[in-house]
Write a protein that binds this ligand. Structure first.
Ligand code: ZN
Length: 236
């Protein structure tokens, strides 16, 4: 048994990181906030950059700890059943819980990247400079978090890796994701197309529920450890 897991914001809400697209989500309540943070606006407007650096400094990921859901996926890996975790999250909570096979579709907030020369620097180092709009120390270029902004394409190599993981599993498990953001959602289609079973675990309905072998809308912090235990027991 080979399981590929796709995780979204829903797995990290128990760790205190808000869901952006859920009913109480930041962007659901304030769609204009989403528009502001396009890559185009970021590059054009120093004020957008200044506000973005403040929000990076104040991001809940700095204080968050992995929860039962993250830890359950570590158990899955230790049992030899995990092909990969593909995550839409930028909080590194899977890695901090102890997972090693993590594909970060949307990058990480703990690294900074220069838009001009690509230099990567730890976010902490850049924040410690205490500047409104810290430029690249190598080339003077504009820097941003090493995350995928609106209007920015996914890294092709990362996407290829994710598609392989989706196509090379017996079970594709989508956890805490609304499956409405592309191309993340299409990974479900890749898995189904390659013959995998699909389990959707999310509080709200998703466009893939009708194609799923099992839909679980119970809280992830309990439902995911229970499902992982079942999978491990079955494999013994
Ligand atoms: Zn640079």
């Amino acid at each position: 048994m080979n399981v590929t897991v796709l995780t979204g914001a829903g797995i990290s809400t128990d760790s205190g990181i808000p869901d952006f697209r859920g009913p109480q989500g930041v962007w659901t309540k304030d769609p204009a906030a989403q528009q502001l943070f396009t890559l185009q606006n970021y590059l054009a407007d120093p004020d957008v950059r200044r506000r973005s650096w403040i929000s990076r400094r104040e991001h809940p990921a700095w204080r968050a700890e992995p929860n039962e859901g993250h830890r359950a996926l570590v158990e899955l890996e230790r049992a030899g059943l995990l092909r990969a975790i593909i995550t839409q999250n930028i909080d590194e909570l899977h890695q901090r819980a102890g997972s090693s096979q993590v594909i970060e579709l949307h990058g990480t907030i703990f690294q900074v990247e220069c838009v001009s020369c690509g230099l990567r620097t730890p976010m902490r180092e850049v924040l410690d400079r205490n500047q409104d709009d810290p430029e690249c120390l190598d080339c003077g270029g504009i820097q941003k978090a090493a995350t995928i902004s609106f209007g920015q394409s996914l890294r092709p190599a990362v996407l290829r890796e994710a598609i392989s993981a989706a196509r090379e599993c017996d079970l594709f498990l989508a956890v805490g994701t609304s499956l409405t953001v592309q191309p993340a959602a299409s990974l479900c289609a890749e898995a189904l197309d390659a013959g995998a079973a699909l389990v959707v675990m999310n509080a709200q309905a998703t466009p893939y529920d009708a194609h799923a072998d099992l839909v679980i809308d119970q809280p992830i912090g309990q439902a995911l450890p229970a499902l992982v235990k079942e999978l491990i027991d079955e494999a013994r």
